[in-house]
Design a protein around this ligand. Structure first.
Ligand code: ZN
Length: 124
């Protein structure tokens, strides 16, 4: 089994509504997102998936989140707090539909780093 990962970043503001502490206040993060794809069969070039294509698909999703107030975006307006957990689940759900994912591989995990020492991984 092969697993490949790409990483990209975005900057955005959020607040955790109802949090009993300072995270309830408006603040921002430099979010780093890792996407992992796994599979067993390589293509004729010996690749599971082209890093470039996977990174482009991830960056397209992150471009929608970059320099936004996340609480005002549709995934997070129905009472879903834009926590690292919910951001990871959202990115996973969108990225798993990316056309660059061939029949030989599937999205395995999305990891969202909220700070250099705190991250969340979402898997199906
Ligand atoms: Zn925060």
């Amino acid at each position: 089994m092969y697993e490949i990962k790409v990483k990209a970043a975005f900057e955005a503001a959020h607040r955790i509504v109802g949090y009993p502490g300072k995270c309830d206040r408006l603040h921002g993060h430099n979010w780093t997102v890792e996407a992992a794809v796994c599979g067993e069969e390589l293509d004729a070039l010996g690749m599971l998936i082209d890093f470039k294509e996977l990174k482009a698909a991830l960056k397209e999703i992150l471009a929608e989140l970059d320099h936004q107030y996340l609480n005002e975006l549709p995934p997070f307006t129905q009472g879903t707090n834009p926590t690292a957990e919910n951001i990871a689940q959202y990115i996973f759900t969108v990225l798993e539909e990316a056309t660059c994912l061939g029949n030989n591989c599937r999205l395995a995990a999305v990891t969202v780093w909220e700070s250099p020492d705190s991250c969340v991984t979402y898997r199906r």
